[in-house]
Design a protein around this ligand. Structure first.
Ligand SMILES: *Cc1c(COP(=O)(O)O)cnc(C)c1O
Length: 419
């Protein structure tokens, strides 16, 4: 082991050429010391206080529990513009939105690079997905291709905003409006997309689906939200879900309920309510961390952002990047990404592979019906992207600098690894 380098592992100092032996994967000291990174949902005692309030309320469920009502009101105030209904999960929110528009057609346009939980509800609603490729910089639905596919029979456009990115796609929204096709936005990973993100205006959407699950911004366990200006869509929540008590508290059983049990979890709601109170600070922390990290690694060759570095409204759920294998002397395909991922993980950087297949290969209703070859951008991203997961507070810029050091250490050694 290189004694000099390992005794100063955090200092990727100028003039120090890191050789292969200094890499943690080959026995060197990790750039990020064990225990230095706080994993989301960053549990604190404050969450116990929130949970205790549910216990003290004496009621552990009910759609009209005052903790749920407070949360809906607080989130509606934070976002502005929308009425908010809490439901059981983000998936439930997507399902309810699709169910509301299912009579408009038989197909739903959505991207092939997608989350199974966003796309599964399409067939649950008796609709069929029509997959569209993504554009390479934001991993969002390719707006021009999608605009051209707005044929009769399209019941809705389901736009998934991944990693915290905002998929504004203004031309697609205008085209959909012209053809009276409803716009559904899955903002499960992009909570700030519920706020004015388009030059001070809100995105033009009929309904937003948000998740409060433990990995998302509200880090609350199991929880979701429907956000819309359409009050009959808000009422539709109870048509899909099991409504054994009305919002007003009376014991009623809706004669039209589809019987899905999409009640919000009250314990999760209590944690989410606490999180919304501190959401601006959380987002600020994520954005500052992302800016520091990107500033530190942006000049590295063969590395591209999978987000818009100039977007001040990015929700930064994670920090996605992609590798350009050819610029690093690798053949096209996943080999370069897979090696870099292993090297970074060994250095203690919390990096992960996202999905490895287009979304249609994860779902029984679409498996085998679509061909990877028709989605070149999706395939390229699946082969080259990865993401840094722990970018949220309480991790701060000092933690980000440790991540930066790890990238530098690896990039300095890469020429020796490829030769
Ligand atoms: C998490 C997520 C969902 C599903 O949310 P759950 O609350 O886990 O059901 C849907 N779409 C996207 C893009 C997500 O990230």
């Amino acid at each position: 082991m290189n004694k000099q380098v390992s005794s100063k592992p955090l200092n990727a100092a100028k003039g120090v050429t890191h050789n292969v032996a200094s890499l943690a994967l080959f026995g060197g000291t990790p750039a990020v010391p064990p225990g230095r990174v706080t994993p989301w949902p960053a549990a604190t005692k404050k969450h116990l206080t929130a949970l205790a309030a549910v216990v003290e309320s004496g009621r552990y469920h009910r759609v009209n529990h005052y903790i749920v009502a407070n949360l809906e009101e607080r989130l509606a105030r934070w976002a502005g513009n929308w009425a908010v209904r809490a439901v059981g999960s983000g998936t439930a929110a997507v399902h309810i939105a699709l169910d509301y528009y299912k009579h408009r057609g038989s197909r739903v346009l959505t991207s092939a690079l997608n989350w199974p939980g966003a796309v599964g509800p399409i067939s649950i609603s008796g609709l069929e997905p029509t997959f569209v490729d993504v554009e390479l910089n934001l991993a969002g639905i390719e707006p021009y291709t999608a605009s051209e596919m707005l044929e009769p029979g399209v019941a809705a456009v389901l736009t998934t905003h991944l990693f915290g990115n905002n998929i504004l796609a203004p031309n697609l929204r205008v085209a959909a409006r012209a053809k009276d096709v409803p716009l559904i936005d899955d903002v499960c990973q992009s909570i700030a997309a519920t706020t004015p993100i388009v030059d001070g205006a809100y995105i033009d959407s009929d309904v937003l689906a948000l998740s409060g699950n433990g990995a998302k911004h509200l880090g609350a366990g199991e929880l979701g939200f429907v956000l819309t200006k359409d009050m009959s869509l808000i009422e539709h929540v109870d048509q899909v879900s099991l409504a054994s008590s009305s919002r007003e508290g009376a014991r009623i059983f809706s004669p039209n309920s589809q019987g899905y049990n999409y009640r919000p979890n009250v314990f999760s709601s209590a944690v989410a309510d606490y999180r919304v109170e501190h959401l601006d600070r959380q987002l600020q922390g994520r954005r500052t961390n992302a800016a520091t990290l990107w500033q530190g690694i942006r000049h590295l060759p063969g590395l591209l952002p999978l987000f818009d570095p100039s977007d001040k409204h990015n929700s930064v759920l994670s920090f996605p990047l992609r590798i350009v294998p050819e610029e690093l002397g690798f053949p096209p395909g996943p080999a370069a990404r897979d090696l870099i991922l292993k090297l970074l993980q060994a250095e203690g950087v919390p990096v992960w592979l996202w999905l490895t297949k287009p979304v249609f290969e994860y779902l029984p209703s679409t498996r085998g019906k679509w061909s990877k070859g028709d989605f070149p951008n999706t395939m390229m991203l699946l082969d080259t992207m990865f993401y840094v997961s722990e970018i949220a507070p309480p991790n701060d810029v000092n933690v980000m600098k440790l991540y930066v050091n790890a990238f530098h250490k690896i990039w300095e050694a890469l020429p020796n690894l490829t030769s």
